[in-house]
Ligand binder design. Structure first.
Ligand code: NAD
Ligand code: MG
Length: 388
């Protein structure tokens, strides 16, 4: 049987390392062709020594010599820099590109991989938030499958399998509620970086962990779901489900609801994307009903977490608004992680940036790039004023 040759972009992150755990379970199915990382040269080297890819790329060019020297005795090609990451995805040797880079940086390589016809395992949700319309058009044009890895979207993808799209009444995204579920706006103001990085159910990279605490993550996911499944905003709901066992649901016209369940373990949706349409066995822990005597549900608090309201408005307007929303959020999260702004200032940075950057209804790719840059510049200005 042919092994699937995979490129993991962002191999050293939370998703990337878990993707390698999946590969390790199925050496007969998958072969690692390419690994990339931004800064963590030591881990990238260790991964390369273990998985023997054809190529590794370190984004930070100043670490090129270090990676090159460490792998000198292996037949592994080593490159550095953003352009190398953007280009490698086109290699004829690759079947599957797993996009586990965080943030806007994931957009270009994903787009190139789509145009090269590589099956995409999409973890990098920011790609669809920034340029969902273009991404989906290109995927259609090049007949490139995009298989979601985000747990909610993997769940919906699985629930939609075998169904007619026109019979879908609602997509229902579950949210854990994050570490600040049930808090008031006043209590949120005093939350520190350490408080926000304590997610109750998932162990993820810092950026998405802050996004989960602010519920911006759920907003990004509503936009992601809109583009992936071609469903309008008014048919996408959010329900808070603190146990994170139901990963999301689809309601149909006849009143029937399908839910996808399992332990909160990202290796499961990662493996599903890699093995789709097959399912493979593994040794990950199994769900046991007696460990979860209660699954509970509550409405999200859109007054305290106004990020959700902002995201729906942004999606309603679309054009370059989701791109501005994403850029402002990336800057706000970085400032919060650097302890330059308070937690609740994240919402303010989002609103103010969205008001500052001009709205474009049908932006071209270059215009989205420009909106991203302008939004980052504006968000930085806004943050300077907050700090004063
Ligand atoms: P992470 O911060 O743990 O890892 C990010 C990876 O991307 C690292 O390998 C890093 O080296 C690389 N990277 C960072 N900046 C880069 C840049 N500018 N250029 C090239 N590479 C860069 O992040 P993560 O938690 O693994 O999340 C990755 C993506 O998956 C995000 O888009 C996130 O929203 C999404 N996602 C993550 C989870 C999760 O459980 N971690 C769940 C759902 C979706
Ligand atoms: Mg998710």
């Amino acid at each position: 049987m042919e092994q699937k040759k995979i490129a993991i972009l962002g191999a050293t992150g939370s998703i990337g390392t878990q993707a390698l755990e999946v590969v390790e379970q199925h050496p007969e199915q998958f072969i690692v062709e390419v690994l990339t990382a931004q800064n963590n040269a030591d881990l990238l080297i260790a991964q390369a020594q273990k998985f023997h890819p054809d190529t590794v790329i370190i984004g930070d060019e100043s670490q090129y010599e270090k990676v090159k020297d460490a792998l000198a005795s292996e037949p592994i090609k080593v490159f550095a820099g953003k352009e190398s990451i953007n280009k490698i995805v086109e290699s004829g040797e690759i079947d599957f590109v797993l996009t586990a880079i965080v943030g806007f940086a994931g957009l270009e390589p994903t787009l190139n991989a789509i145009r090269a016809g590589k099956t995409i395992g999409l973890a990098n949700k920011e790609t669809l938030v920034v340029a969902g319309e273009i991404i989906m058009q290109e995927a259609q044009k090049y007949q490139t499958p995009i298989i979601p890895i985000d747990s909610e979207h993997s769940a919906i993808f699985q629930c939609l399998t075998g169904e007619y799209p026109n019979e879908v009444k609602k997509l229902i995204l579950t949210a854990s509620g994050g570490p600040f579920r049930g808090e008031t706006f006043e209590s949120l103001q005093g939350k520190t970086r350490a408080d926000a990085l304590k997610h109750p159910n998932w162990d993820m990279g810092n950026k998405i962990t802050i996004d989960s605490a602010s519920m911006v993550n759920k907003g990004l996911e509503v936009i992601e779901a809109h583009w992936l499944f071609n469903v309008p905003a008014e048919k996408i709901d959010i329900i808070v489900h603190p146990q994170s066992i139901i990963h999301s649901l689809v309601q149909f016209y006849d009143g029937s609801i399908k839910a996808q369940m399992g332990l909160p373990d990202m290796r499961v949706p990662i493996q599903y994307a890699l093995s789709f349409p097959k399912r493979l066995p593994n040794n990950f822990p199994d769900f046991d009903f007696s460990d979860y005597p209660q699954l509970t549900f509550e409405k999200p608090d859109k007054t305290v977490f106004r990020s959700i309201k902002i995201a729906y408005e942004v999606l309603e307007k679309s054009g370059n608004m989701p791109c501005i929303f994403n850029a402002a959020n990336e800057i706000a999260v970085a400032a919060f992680l650097a302890e330059q702004i308070r937690f609740t200032d994240i919402f303010e940075v989002l609103e103010k940036t969205l008001n500052k950057v001009s709205y474009l209804r049908q932006p071209k790719f270059e215009e989205l790039m420009a909106s991203d840059m302008e939004a980052r510049r504006q968000a930085e200005q806004i943050i300077k004023q907050i700090k004063l």
